[in-house]
Design a protein around this ligand. Structure first.
Ligand SMILES: [Zn+2]
Length: 140
């Protein structure tokens, strides 16, 4: 699936006034689609605010139905955000967090050399990166 195809599927689920489209490359489209289907099982009325790449990993912002517990949805999203950190954003092969100057992107070896990225050696533990570093300056 491409991001464009995913945009069509997600169209009815966007919160009014928000992006209305995904801001990431095709390699994550299947992953995000799966995430969306999992959320729907818990909350069929949920609305999407933003789905994008930031600092090389997936960010998924949503509004839940107030009658439904949001932490179940948070667990799903966290799982897929973590998955994005090892999935090439271009081609969906196994990826690594890569760096080009100050730009971070999760890429496989082939895509990273094609796009002129280097594997980012500074960030080794993706789990701690996700739980500590990356949400600190998070203001949507
Ligand atoms: Zn790739």
């Amino acid at each position: 699936m491409t991001t464009q195809q995913l945009n069509k599927i997600l169209q009815p689920y966007w919160e009014e006034g928000w992006d209305g489209y995904c801001r990431f490359d095709d390699g994550w489209a299947d992953l995000v689609h799966e995430c969306h289907l999992n959320i729907l099982e818990i909350d069929p009325k949920y609305k999407i605010n933003q789905i994008k790449e930031k600092f090389g990993v997936l960010r998924f912002y949503y509004q839940n139905d107030p009658e439904i517990e949001s932490n179940k949805i948070d667990d799903i999203i966290q799982k897929y955000e973590l998955k994005s950190a090892s999935t090439c954003e271009m081609c969906a092969q196994k990826g690594y967090l890569c760096k080009k100057k100050y730009w971070l992107k999760t890429l496989c070896f082939e895509c990273s050399s094609k796009l002129g990225f280097e594997k980012n050696e500074k960030i080794i533990n993706v789990d701690s990166y996700l739980s500590n570093g990356y949400r600190k300056d998070d203001n949507h």
